[in-house]
Design a protein around this ligand. Structure first.
Ligand code: NAD
Length: 178
């Protein structure tokens, strides 16, 4: 396994976090039980202002940074790195490696991400799904568009950021049919 014998234990979790929700936070907390440092890769960093990806990479950085502080996770223990998508899945792991400090554990519940890192020689830690029926970006964005109760599914910091940027108005507007 890649970098298996290194003393440092550094993991990576890549996700679109559209938005960061309590399921992601639980995965991050569990990951910290196994590693000293965690890289949080913001996937599809180039995409924003769509129904599936309403928030910019910068907005997602703020959600993650402020939420981790809210949960008592110190800033010197994690790296938040935007990762743009590329057209070639077969070289995506090299693209990720180019953008991040080296790591020796990969946390993912996404089967494509698991497959690509496994083929590149990494050990995968699959995480347990936490209330996946409700704690899902798709479900939360749907609640936001339809005036449902989404606030309890994300951190206080994320609620504040989404309100500050008029995120609900943005999402509702881009979801309008012509
Ligand atoms: P996501 O935000 O949906 O999920 C991030 C992680 O959190 C996943 O591992 C997921 O399993 C976990 N998670 C989410 N909700 C959970 C819950 N309730 N309980 C437990 N775990 C939960 O992000 P994603 O779509 O998986 O992100 C993958 C990113 O990798 C995307 O941006 C994708 O475009 C990118 N990618 C790019 C390429 C390429 O550019 N060629 C290839 C592969 C992947």
């Amino acid at each position: 396994m890649k970098y298996e014998n290194l003393k440092e234990k550094r993991g990576i979790l890549i996700g679109r976090m559209q938005p960061l929700h309590n399921g992601h936070i639980q995965v991050i907390k569990d990951a910290f039980k196994e590693v000293d440092e965690l890289i949080i890769g913001i996937g599809s960093a180039q995409i924003s202002h769509t129904i599936e990806n309403p928030f910019t990479a910068g907005e997602r950085i703020l959600m993650i940074k402020k939420t981790l502080t809210e949960h008592g996770i110190k800033g010197d223990k994690h790296y938040i790195i935007p990762i743009t998508d590329i057209m070639n899945n077969s070289v995506w792991v090299s693209h990720v490696e180019m953008l991040t400090p080296y790591f020796n554990k990969v946390f993912s519940g996404n089967s494509l991400v698991q497959r690509l890192f496994t083929e590149a020689g990494y050990k995968i830690n699959e995480h347990i799904p936490f209330n996946r029926r409700i704690l899902s970006g798709t479900k939360i964005r749907d609640l936001m568009i339809n005036d449902g109760k989404w606030e309890d599914l994300v951190s206080k910091s994320t609620v504040e950021i989404i309100r500050k940027i008029n995120g609900i108005e943005r999402l509702k507007h881009i979801s309008l049919k012509e």
